[in-house]
Design a protein around this ligand. Sequence first.
Ligand code: PRF
Ligand code: ZN
Length: 372
Amino acid sequence: MMFEFRVQAVCPETGARAGELVTPHGIIETPVFMPVGTRATVKAMSPREMEEIEAQIVLSNTYHLYLRPGVELIEKAGGLHRFMNWHRPILTDSGGFQVFSLSGINRIKEDGVEFSSHLDGSRHFMTPELATRVQEGLGSDIAMCFDQCVELPCDEETARKSVERTLRWARRCKEVHRRDDQALFGIVQGALFDDLRKDCARELIAMDFPGYSIGGLSVGESHDEMYRILDLLNPILPQEKPRYLMGVGFPTNLVEGVARGVDMFDCVLPTRNGRNGTLLTSRGKFNIKHSRFEEDWGPIDPDCDCYACREFSKAYIRHLYRSGEMLGARLCSWHNLRYLISLMKGAREAILEGRFPQFRDRFHELFSTGKV
Ligand code: PRF
Ligand code: ZN
């Protein structure tokens, strides 16, 4: 069997799950944070370094790779794994989010989305069939259906239309998807409308996807609204299949997502924040450029085992930043990624050992107060 999801433990108080997702490029232990390698590289990190921080899977983007260098070139390289020299699992997003958020003027038609490239303005037409074909060419282990993610705030009529279209497009993706060494996930949309979310989930479940993504969140809604949708979907989505919350990477949201039955997360936050010196740590978030770190000889995070925390002081990393040295951005990205990977590893161990509620309380206490 090329794909399998085994739930190993469920927290009785919350529904948090620990599991194993079997893919052709290896077994992913969940809950998992997936670093983002938009353009076939996780910014500032080599694949060797990604292995060192125990990244289990990376995410890449159909939209970007389709525009440059093109799927034909990556096929000539022998697929995305070989092209980027990353031999653990890869998940690709379909472009359903990026064509709306990144591209120039786009026109949504029943058949697909007409958009202009953010690189050179050239016109393109992305369809469910093309997004599926491109992801098959890339050879990712997990592919996404081409969906329509609406902006918030959004009225019910617009949200309903986007759900209906997302469902028709999901059917078309599934229809043309051929690779049996690639799992195609359905994406739940529906903005902040409970009934639309439920209907969308039920329709996708009837199509029997090997996993379900939760899209259209972390797009400007409050945390409580996000948690309400997750609480709503938790009992509906099949227990025996993986759930992936798209584009969510703030530590508090990861832990609360896990508490609501989410198994997989991705976000550019750790790398994007890392590049501007913002650090995510067990004691909260701060920026390394702050003057209070001028003579701080301690590590970024005393609880972190990453290279940056083991071997460098905050004073030194602050100096790198102020001097515009690229090692500064590298060390901060390195730490942020390792922190989120460790956070999910900690959650997993807590679930397996039956102490997830205590883990969750302790996390919030330390993250919000910075006090041990
Ligand atoms: N759809 C897809 N990718 C996504 C999203 C979505 O809704 C989001 C929303 N946070 C992030 N990435 N296809
Ligand atoms: Zn660290």
